[in-house]
Design a protein around this ligand. Structure first.
Ligand SMILES: [Fe+2]
Ligand SMILES: [Fe+2]
Length: 171
């Protein structure tokens, strides 16, 4: 079922953001990590995957296939809120992603201004994304289970698998 698949992805991204939070908390806005460390390399590779493919793919299937159905089903107000969240989160991702790619390709220290932006926007993402996922888990997923029949849900799930093939993670 597509809603179960998306809920599972919420849990996965939440676990990653929990690790990211601990990683940021182990440093400070004035002191960036040693990017050559094993810990840093692991979190950067996982963030790259999430920001380049997992989160954009997840948002794409929601926006392209699920939200329009839910608007038709009378959930327009909820979808408006969720789309507004997506906009805020996409803006954060667009700021954070270039820094992640930069660290991924070379683990030299970042210019201080880059690190400060990464630290601030990273913390904002850690707050915004789980709050958004919680709204979907509470409001969108039960509504989907109610509105989609099995064939529709399976079709959307299949489309999602195809969509993911077009944008997989390379680390
Ligand atoms: Fe969403
Ligand atoms: Fe979602």
């Amino acid at each position: 079922m597509i809603s179960k698949c998306l809920s599972l992805e919420h849990q996965n991204v939440q676990a990653l953001l929990e690790r990211f939070k601990n990683f940021l908390q182990a440093h400070s806005i004035t002191q960036q990590p040693d990017w050559t460390s094993h810990d840093a390399a692991r979190i950067v590779a996982d963030l790259k995957c999430a920001l380049e493919s997992n989160i954009p793919n997840h948002f794409a299937i929601e926006e392209q296939e699920l939200f329009p159905i839910m608007v038709q089903e009378g959930y327009g107000d909820l979808i408006e809120v969720l789309l507004e969240d997506h906009k805020i989160i996409v803006e954060l991702i667009e700021q954070i992603r270039p820094v992640v790619l930069k660290i991924f390709s070379s683990s030299v220290p970042l210019p201080q201004s880059n690190w400060e932006m990464f630290y601030r926007q990273g913390n904002a993402l850690i707050t915004e994304l789980p709050a958004h996922a919680a709204k979907e888990d509470a409001g969108l997923m039960p509504a989907l289970e109610e509105c989609l029949d099995e064939v529709q849900a399976q079709e959307i799930y299949n489309h999602y698998q195809l969509l993911k093939l077009g944008k997989t993670c390379h680390t």
